[in-house]
Ligand binder design. Sequence first.
Ligand code: ADP
Ligand code: MG
Length: 366
Amino acid sequence: MVENMKGKIRVFCRIRPMNRTEIARGDSTIVSRLDEYSITVETARGQREFQFDRIFDTQCSQEEVFQDTNRLIQSAIDGFNVCIFAYGQTGSGKTYTMVGDKHLKNPGIIPRTFNKIFDIIHKNEAKFDIKVSAYMLELYNERLQDLFVSPAEAFSKRIEMKKDKKGLVFAQGAETKQAASPSELFALFEQGCANRHIAATKMNVESSRSHLIIGIMVENRNLTNGTVCYGKLSLVDLAGSERAAKTGAKDGQLKEANSINKSLSALGDVISALSSDQPHVPYRNNKLTQAMQDSLGGNAKTLMFVNISPSDCNVEETLTSLIYATRVKAITNNAQRNMDSKEIAQLKEIIVKLRSGQPVEEEDVQ
Ligand code: ADP
Ligand code: MG
């Protein structure tokens, strides 16, 4: 019954359209899509070509982008550990891809995923009992904040990323909330975004300076044979990858930029260790890599978006991002279904009951 699947991390590249400033300034477009899988970048030292699993051009709609992501959501419900994350410099379209535009006229992957999860649940209601819960975290200046509680409360809490016996990462100390419908899940997400916004305003920072990490857990009980599988979907909108020097950051901003650089370079170190098959992978060096440990090189189906700008003024950052993404493409994950037999699932329930002092009934032990 256990389906193990070795597979490369998939990398999709998305080119955002020129913005008004760039058009007004007369910037030129240096990135072009050759075909579904390749793009070229004009650099001072000539043309460079890159290959990815899919290229989304400036005109690609949110719906088209989501179509290729769909399958992964079914996998999470089937008991796989799935991660979708967006990487790129500030302003390259990460949040647009993951969340959507400001008023969600063009919703991105996260809200579409919420709907899709419950669509699948409804279609399978007769055969499966599926429970959904979520946590939502922000990583800012090396600190993990729980976005499901008020910023004041979040500040006094200590959150640590831990691994359970199956190797799945969980956020110890963070609230995990259940959701019974897409609107409930969306309301939780909005509450989290509002808390993030309040915290950011208080500290006078922008959301693009922190990493957003959402974990959605799916517990799926097969009503026919009693097996239970546990899937997890991690959705990550990373902080901007640009270097501090370029943004002219000072003092507080510099600390912030350094901590972003630290976490993204720790992520880079993990990626290079994995892509060159080194025996030691330095996951523990940073909270970001701890949080993504089960998504990179581990037991996961992982999809990375590398978001890039089309403009000549961003050529360096665009090249850096594309080179980073090319390394990610070389990583092989070993995806496994997390499943318990009926007996094990029952034992777990009994243990939970015993621990909380609830009586164990005869029907618990069948
Ligand atoms: P990031 O999160 O990488 O800093 P954003 O997602 O906030 O960047 O994008 C910067 C701006 O560009 C936003 O105003 C966003 O709406 C717009 N934008 C980004 N990608 C696209 C796209 N594919 N189509 C239309 N507008 C986009
Ligand atoms: Mg952003």
